[in-house]
Design a protein around this ligand. Structure first.
Ligand code: GRF
Length: 218
């Protein structure tokens, strides 16, 4: 299918979300192919997994660009363009981005965050959710804007918070939802079904039964 969108997945670590995107894209009807996995750390665990699955990989080590975030991002951007990438999916990519890369990929760069945005931006989301005593937690896929963990929301999935949860048990429950919503969100964007209207993303969910297919509440 030549119209499949070419996607790069950017990682810093184990790459379980990367894995879920690669698995989804193996289906011939999926509207995107994972054409590249790029890491900012040579020892990112996901790199080996991607190679095993036959996906081209690249490394741009941010430590080679100390103090110059834009030079790092120019190097990343160059690789993305050379690989003819059309959509970028951040999946545990632990770098704060400058407007240089964000603007270059405006409306074509997605991120997954382990919380129901706009709550709990930043790190340690599961600890903070437990500290606040929230009863529902989850994950969000959103378009990337210049602000950290901000930008129009494409998909969210919710999980209950249980009495005996620890940050680790809650993280595991949220992670399984992440693995469901990221492939769905990428498919919505790659197929053109996700349309930006001001700061809201319309996904063709006009009634509750259609919305169920896009929101995962296990
Ligand atoms: C995920 O929880 C993701 O939401 C967050 O970083 C973590 C990455 O995990 N941004 P993995 O590398 O995809 O397993």
């Amino acid at each position: 299918m030549s119209e499949r969108k070419r996607v790069a997945v950017l990682i810093s670590g184990r790459g379980s979300n990367m894995n879920s995107l690669i698995s989804a894209a193996m289906h011939p009807d999926y509207p995107a192919e994972i054409a590249l996995v790029l890491a900012n750390k040579p020892d990112a665990g996901g790199l080996a997994k991607a190679e095993e699955m036959g996906i081209p990989t690249a490394v741009v080590d941010h430590r080679d660009y100390k103090g110059d975030r834009e030079a790092f991002e120019r190097a990343v951007d160059e690789i993305l363009r050379t690989a003819k990438i059309e959509i970028v999916a951040l999946a545990g990519f632990m770098r704060l981005l400058t407007p240089l890369l964000v603007n270059a990929w405006k409306d074509r760069m997605l991120n997954i965050h382990p919380a129901l945005l706009p709550s709990f931006k930043g790190l340690a989301t599961h600890e903070r959710a437990l500290d606040e005593g929230v009863k529902i937690h989850g994950a969000t896929v959103h378009f990337v804007s210049a602000e950290m963990d901000d930008g129009p929301i494409i998909a969210q999935g919710a999980v209950p918070v249980l009495d005996d949860d620890t940050p680790a048990t809650l993280a595991a429950r949220v992670l399984s939802v992440e693995h469901q919503i990221y492939p769905k969100a990428l498919a919505l964007v790659a197929s053109g079904k996700a349309r930006l209207r001001d700061q809201r993303v319309a996904t063709g969910a006009a009634d509750a039964s259609q919305a169920d297919a896009r929101l995962v509440v296990p």
